[in-house]
Design a protein around this ligand. Structure first.
Ligand code: PMV
Length: 337
């Protein structure tokens, strides 16, 4: 085993994933719908995996022991990556991660986190998996993580095969395709209330809108891919808002309801629509959290940021460009402990 370090950028789904396939092995973590994302510059996770006498996980300088939920998810993922190529017992690892984004607040920390962990651990374990296999491993940690291996714009297909072999992510277009910005408008502080896995299961089992959500998603995905290729912001933006509102309607109609938004979330959306009516083009999306993410052309980002940043209750606003591929480095000098 070697010491390896990976950086993976977070991503935001323009066409959303919500819900898992249930007829297959839950460990495969197969999404019920495909998704299309933009990789984010700046918002990223940096993870090092090194040989150690026993497992240890340090996140943003804080150490977690084996039975803490944060640590057990990480060690279970190391087990998966190791087992993808070995029958033997996995060596002990020290995992050190730094999140350059808020953890578990609907800002896709799990996407960059599991992508970086997959890449760093596969390199540390000296596995020779290709990108598609690595992305499938990342997906088993978190669905959105499958998309964080690549920069630019990425599509993840749900697939039909029971073994998940056709559920693969692929880069559609590089960051240089379109100079877009995503304004991340923070509408509240603190972690999200219900995690995505629990929320998805609640929606699947109780929301009367769940099946409609699943059935109507593929058309949005294909249309968004065309709009993206044509750099048609109006078409892409409308599809993106539609996908977001359908997902949140499905969440809200769950029992008990899943309401991730706060008052400020809606105030930001209304301010955005007012700006749009006045000629400033931007489109909203939002994940399992209160923040609003606004897609716009780079030239419109400063004016939109000024307007949305002034909405009462907004705690922070970041303007983020389209991000690069994930990267990994192996420290050839590091020996076993
Ligand atoms: O990958 P997870 O389990 O964090 O779920 C992601 C779900 C959404 O962020 C709401 C949508 C998406 O496609 O990223």
């Amino acid at each position: 085993m070697k010491r390896a370090r990976a950086v993976a950028h977070s991503n935001i789904a323009l066409i959303k994933y919500w819900g898992k396939r249930t007829e297959t092995d839950p460990e495969l973590n197969l999404p019920a719908v495909g998704s299309l994302s933009m990789t984010l510059d700046e918002l990223r996770t940096d993870t090092q995996v090194a040989p150690a006498p026993r497992d240890r996980f340090v996140l943003d300088g804080k150490a977690y022991e084996g039975d803490a939920p944060e640590a057990s998810k990480v060690f279970a993922h190391l087990d998966r990556v190791w087992a993808s190529a070995h029958d033997s017992e996995r060596p002990g690892c020290e995992v050190t991660s730094t999140n350059h984004l808020p953890t578990a607040a609907g800002l896709a920390s799990s996407a960059s986190g599991f992508a970086a962990l997959t890449l760093a651990s596969a390199a540390a374990f000296e596995l020779d998996h290709g990108d598609v296999e690595l992305s499938a491993l990342a997906r088993r940690g978190s669905g959105s993580a499958a998309r964080s291996l690549w920069g630019g714009f990425v599509r993840l297909d749900a697939g039909n095969e029971a073994d998940g072999s056709d559920c693969v992510a692929r880069p559609l277009l590089p960051a240089s395709h379109w100079d877009l910005r995503l304004l991340v408008v923070h509408a509240a502080k603190g972690p999200k209330s219900v995690g995505s896995t629990e929320g998805m299961e609640r929606s699947r089992t109780t929301s009367p809108y769940y099946q409609a959500w699943v059935d109507t998603s593929p058309a949005d995905l294909d249309a968004a891919e065309v709009a993206l290729a044509e750099r048609n912001l109006l078409a892409l933006g409308q599809l993106m808002e539609h996908s977001c509102f359908k997902m949140h309607a499905c969440m809200m109609a769950s029992r008990p309801p899943l309401v991730y938004w706060r008052g400020t979330t809606l105030d930001v959306m209304h301010a955005l629509w007012q700006a749009r009516a006045e000629g400033l083009e931007g489109y909203a999306t939002s994940d399992a959290g209160p923040h609003v993410k606004v897609l716009c052309e780079a030239k419109d980002a400063p004016a939109l940021a000024e307007r949305l940043g002034a909405v009462p209750g907004v705690t922070k606003l970041q303007s983020v460009a389209v991000g690069p591929d994930a990267s990994v480095q192996v420290d050839e000098a590091a020996a076993n402990p």
